[in-house]
Ligand binder design. Structure first.
Ligand SMILES: *[C@@H]1O[C@H](CO)[C@@H](O)[C@H](O)[C@H]1NC(C)=O
Ligand SMILES: *[C@@H]1O[C@H](CO)[C@@H](O)[C@H](O)[C@H]1NC(C)=O
Ligand SMILES: *[C@@H]1O[C@H](CO)[C@@H](O)[C@H](O)[C@H]1NC(C)=O
Ligand SMILES: *[C@@H]1O[C@H](CO)[C@@H](O)[C@H](O)[C@H]1NC(C)=O
Length: 262
């Protein structure tokens, strides 16, 4: 009986195909709204929904948050700017070891996103200036041997199981007061930006997706993100809003797993 139900469930999942490359496995990094190896700063008041963490750097590198260490065990801290917990490599209990695994997962996810994901659907699209193509960016693998800029409002369009990976050898910059908007049920948790340089989201701009960044991520005054910032150097926020996706990161992965099993 149990077996029948399981097979039926897998069959139902497997029948859901989707467009786009295999999703990127975030592992424990998928539990964080912001992760950094080198520090997170805020010019108050930022609004973060989800946990944030730094490692191997310690909590001295989390600035502007007015951290309160969390009694009774000091394994995490809190901040009025974070709906969630704040973790650092110098905190107590299992926190240092957990962060080492989490940062390792972040680096694996970056390498996975940067690696072979099949033949790109779009190579060097408009030389990295997404503006003219922002009417509708459909699911797929976008590969750029350059930086990428988003100088206009931008639509990402597809359904809830479709995936997008934007691989770039340079920086990702977004112009002030522009918005990335999702259409057709597209989910931020299925959109991955693999950035070999830095990310800069300018004043008042709104971004969507999982940012896997080899260096820094800068969010200027009043900017926002629906997604995650997983950065290998510093993260700077200025009255920014970062909201982690509400849906699990595993939606597409479940479907892929079922495809393999069935
Ligand atoms: C999403 O679109 C793909 C085709 O691009 C389709 O195979 C799949 O069933 C769709 N998924 C949902 C949830 O609508
Ligand atoms: C937590 O930190 C406070 C302040 O540094 C310290 O007084 C207290 O002993 C710590 N508690 C534990 C369980 O380590
Ligand atoms: C992207 O925009 C450029 C410039 O307008 C255009 O030549 C190209 O066909 C567009 N590509 C796609 C896939 O829409
Ligand atoms: C985004 O899509 C909406 C609805 O289809 C459309 O009105 C708008 O012009 C599009 N934006 C861009 C920048 O093309």
């Amino acid at each position: 009986m149990t077996k029948f139900v399981l097979i039926a469930a897998l069959g139902a999942i497997a029948s859901v195909s989707a467009a786009g490359p295999p999703a990127v496995l975030l592992g424990k990094a998928g539990n964080y709204a912001i992760l950094s190896k080198a520090g997170i700063s805020t010019v108050p008041t930022s609004v973060i929904t989800g946990d944030i963490g730094v490692s191997p750097i310690d909590s001295m590198a989390i600035t502007g948050f007015s951290l309160a260490e969390d009694p009774p065990n000091n394994a995490s801290a809190t901040s009025s700017q974070v709906t969630g917990n704040v973790y650092a490599a110098n905190y107590a209990m299992t926190t240092p070891a957990d962060l080492t695994v989490t940062i390792g997962d972040m680096e694996i996810a970056y390498t996975d996103a940067a690696g072979e994901k099949g033949t790109p659907d779009h190579m060097n699209l408009n030389d990295g200036d997404l503006g003219p193509n922002c009417t509708r960016l459909g699911p797929g693998l976008y590969k750029f041997a350059s930086s990428v800029k988003i100088p206009t409002d931008c639509n990402i369009s597809g359904n809830s199981t479709d995936t997008w990976i934007f691989q770039m050898s340079g920086d990702l910059t977004m112009a002030a007061n522009k918005r990335v908007t999702l259409h057709g049920g597209a989910l931020a948790s299925n959109i991955f930006w693999q950035v070999a340089g830095f990310v800069e989201v300018d004043v008042g701009a709104h971004m969507e997706g999982i940012l896997l960044v080899k260096t820094a991520a800068h969010f200027r005054t009043g900017s926002s993100l629906n997604g995650r910032i997983l950065a290998q150097t510093i993260v700077t926020l200025q009255s920014s809003t970062v909201t982690q996706p509400t849906q699990p990161d595993s939606g597409r992965l479940l479907a892929q797993t079922a495809d393999i099993l069935v």
